[in-house]
Design a protein around this ligand. Structure first.
Ligand SMILES: Cc1ncc(COP(=O)(O)O)c(C=O)c1O
Length: 380
């Protein structure tokens, strides 16, 4: 086996982020949360997401945990999530007392299958948590219709989808709350990071308290109260301003980042079309209602054996291609927590056949040619 010469991911880096970090150290008095860089990031994130309020968090996981705390879950309350997703989509709610109900995904977008939602909804359902896999929107019109009909919250796990839209409306603006990720694999990154967003003034006021240890410290810093004290349940969900400095440098360069990523995505899609058709490989599907942010590029190989052989063949050539989520309904923890186990054939099938190709901002045209040529050497 050769050493990896083309990694799967390389975090985006700009010289500007060094400048902002130094500035945060040298010229600002606040490197903890809610400093000036945080506020500038939140303003941009509100604009992109088309919502009224945004709060930076240390991760998307913690933004989802904040959503769970705001739901005030009671025993027996249920939260619906797709099984084909990252652990945190379910764990944030399960660890705050919800019963998780898993629903299968659509074969085309790999997003929550809205046609399976109605049968998963019960009188105890409190929230539906759609994921916009690969930055391609879940079918938000139908999900919204069902949620409104049953009086259920929608919480969008928008870890992948910043700048994407569904029906020309930004992802992250459909639910009562949504969560973003700035982990190093994401389009915009500060290593680890996240953001919680909402349209709702009351949720926002409470979120400010919950994320600041259950205190009204944020209001105290704004001069709205003369001391701060314990007000609500809570935790510590602030992103240090130092990391916000890194994030801001990337959000300000979002045009450059997005145009490079779109170029990479489109090139994979075009140049692998004939090879995929000949070999029975499925490329990503983007429904006409969706404009996506080129977050990742995946392929679905015909079988698990072919997928594993594909990963191995690329690895031998020094290229790192990686599988993705294992279905949560079949996981050890899912079963331990007594999560409702459905018959979820698409999630199970996709997880065995999916592979993601190298994809990062610094990806050179030569590197991409090497990946594409190596992929084309593979015969199913
Ligand atoms: C769909 C989804 N939700 C949540 C997360 C968790 O994000 P974070 O690492 O920022 O906590 C991820 C991580 O990649 C993810 O893919």
């Amino acid at each position: 086996m050769r050493d990896i010469v083309i990694p799967f991911n390389k975090p985006t880096y700009f010289e500007l982020q060094k400048k902002y970090i130094l500035d945060a150290f040298e010229n600002r008095c606040q490197i903890s949360g809610d400093g000036e860089y945080s506020k500038r990031c939140e303003s941009i994130l509100r604009d992109i997401s088309g919502v009224k309020h945004a709060l930076l968090t240390p991760s998307c996981t913690q933004a989802l945990e904040l959503c769970a705390l705001l739901l005030d879950l009671k025993p027996e309350d249920e939260v619906i999530v797709p099984s084909f997703t990252f652990v945190s989509t379910a764990n944030a709610f399960a660890s705050r007392g919800a019963k998780i109900k898993f629903v299968d995904i659509r074969e085309d977008t790999l997003n929550l299958d809205e046609t399976k939602l109605a049968q998963a909804i019960s009188s105890r359902t409190r929230a539906i948590v759609p994921v916009h896999y690969a930055g391609i929107g879940a079918q938000m019109d139908e999900i919204l219709r069902l949620a409104q009909k049953h009086g259920i919250e929608i919480i969008e796990d928008n870890a992948h989808g910043l700048t994407s839209t569904f029906d020309d409306k930004p992802l992250g603006s459909f639910g009562s709350m949504s969560a973003l990720s700035f982990h190093e694999t994401k389009n915009f990154t500060c290593g680890e990071g996240g953001c919680w967003l909402t349209q709702d003034d009351e949720l926002f006021a409470r979120a400010e308290t919950i994320r600041n240890k259950g205190t009204d410290r944020t209001r105290f810093f704004r001069g709205e109260v003369d001391k701060y004290t314990w007000k609500d349940k809570g935790s510590s969900f602030l992103m240090p301003d130092l990391l916000a400095a890194v994030l801001l440098s990337q959000l300000e360069q979002r045009g450059i980042i997005q145009s490079k990523r779109t170029e990479i995505w489109n090139r994979y899609h075009q140049e692998l079309e004939d090879w995929a058709n000949i070999n029975g490989v499925r490329r990503p599907v983007v429904p006409k209602e969706c404009r996506h942010n080129a977050h990742l590029y995946y392929l679905l190989l015909p079988t698990e054996t072919e997928r594993d052989r594909f990963i191995e063949q690329l690895q031998v050539k020094g290229i790192s291609a990686i599988f993705h989520y294992q279905p949560l309904h079949a996981s050890e923890m899912g079963r331990k927590l007594g999560c409702a186990q459905g018959d979820l054939p698409v999630s199970e099938d996709v997880s065995t056949r999916i592979v993601r190709l190298p994809f990062f901002f610094d990806f050179s045209s030569e590197q991409q040619s090497t990946v594409i040529n190596t992929v084309k050497e593979f015969v199913c």
